[in-house]
Design a protein around this ligand. Structure first.
Ligand code: NAI
Length: 347
């Protein structure tokens, strides 16, 4: 008999990619996010598949354990929503999809830059109204401008290649610079001080929570464009709004927002939005917000499903789960402590 897998926060496009594997597993799709209120839906399943805004805190994980579920599979790379210590306590293996298409996210970040700079979002609305006036649509050449890239991992590096195609002057910051890469690494302060555009491509952690804040915005160039396709918590949204109001910040492109969990991926068009900061950001002509969609390409969705199936097969096959999030490794921040690096599961 096939294993039963509960898939949370499942949209039509997720179902299309996972249904290709329906001979191997019995998928049960739930449109709701996994949370303390919806965890009960997983009862009777052998494993759970979730996404970026599902809650994997102690309360939810202990519920899953009580249903006999010991495998949770993320359809994403980021895992800031997972309490790894709790997963270890409840003996729940957590695996992710470390890479599915860095191109998808890097290209979306550039789509935001180009749209903001050349006011495509405004021009589109004007021309639909047969208003062909150009007033207010002036942009700037990307050629020779300085772009600061925070995080030179898989996505950051693809993003840098695109920026170089525009003949931009690329400066980077990463606490773990790539040796002999030829990349121009500078301090974070230099990124803030010298960049015409700053794009964030690093994971969210306790250390870099609100790295873009009132103080760091003060260090930036007047008119700077800020792009965030990584995680909302990297930016203090209130400070961002103030920076825009003071005209210190010239443009903002966000694919992620720190309070996105209850809003993104849903049609809220008939609701009153209680988030005043988001509401004001959305009214600004020099802000574009997309709904955590940078990953949304056919290639990325297919890769997510393929890797998740591999993770499931490794889990049920009692073998090493190559994409398991190793609690020991994250706890000590020392790769030699990593059970996985020693060829074992996390526990
Ligand atoms: P990666 O793990 O390949 O690279 C992350 C890089 O960030 C590493 O080089 C690391 O050393 C660096 N880093 C860590 N802490 C840092 C800090 N405090 N400051 C600067 N750099 C730091 O990850 P990848 O695949 O490039 O993804 C980056 C982020 O993009 C993910 O963590 C995730 O939050 C986000 N993402 C967003 C998606 C979307 O649809 N909007 C989809 C996929 C990922």
């Amino acid at each position: 008999m096939n294993k039963k897998i509960a898939i949370f926060d499942a949209k039509k496009y997720d179902i299309e990619s996972f249904d290709k594997y329906k001979e191997q597993f019995d998928f049960v799709y739930f449109k709701d996010r996994l949370s303390k209120d919806t965890a009960i839906l997983a009862k009777g399943s052998d494993a759970v598949i979730c996404f970026v805004n599902d809650e994997l805190n102690d309360e939810v994980l202990s519920q899953l354990e009580s249903f006999g579920i010991h495998g949770v599979f993320l359809r994403c790379a980021g895992y800031n929503n997972v309490d790894l210590a709790s997963a270890y306590k409840h003996k729940i293996h957590i695996a992710r999809v470390p890479a599915y298409s860095p191109h998808a996210i890097a290209e979306h970040a550039f789509a935001l830059i180009l749209s903001l700079n050349r006011h495509i979002h405004k021009a589109y609305i004007r021309s639909r109204d047969f208003n062909f006036n150009l007033e207010g649509l002036k942009g700037f050449d990307l050629n020779n401008k300085t772009i600061g890239v925070v995080g030179t991992g898989k996505i950051g590096r693809v993003f840098i290649d695109i920026a170089k195609g525009f003949n931009m002057n690329v400066i980077c910051y990463d606490p773990y610079p790539i040796k002999d890469s030829g990349l121009n690494y500078v301090s974070l302060d230099e990124i803030y001080e010298k960049s015409d555009i700053i794009s964030l491509h690093c994971p969210l952690s306790q250390e870099n929570h609100h790295m873009v804040n009132e103080d760091t915005i003060k260090k930036m160039k007047k008119g700077v464009m800020i792009i965030n396709t990584s995680r909302g918590g990297l930016i203090d949204s209130k400070a961002l709004l103030e920076g825009l109001k003071e005209k210190k910040i010239g443009a903002v492109g966000l694919d992620v927002y720190e309070e996105e969990a209850n809003l993104f991926y849903k049609d809220n068009s008939f609701k009153i939005i209680g988030d005043d900061v988001l509401s004001l950001l959305i009214t600004m002509p020099n802000v574009i917000i997309t709904s955590h969609q940078a990953y949304l390409t056919k290639e990325a969705l297919d890769n997510i499903a393929e890797t998740t199936i591999m993770n499931l097969n490794e889990y049920f096959g009692d073998s090493l789960i190559k994409n398991e999030l190793c609690y020991h490794c994250k706890k000590s921040n020392n790769p030699s402590e990593c059970y996985k690096n020693r060829g074992n599961r996390c526990f």
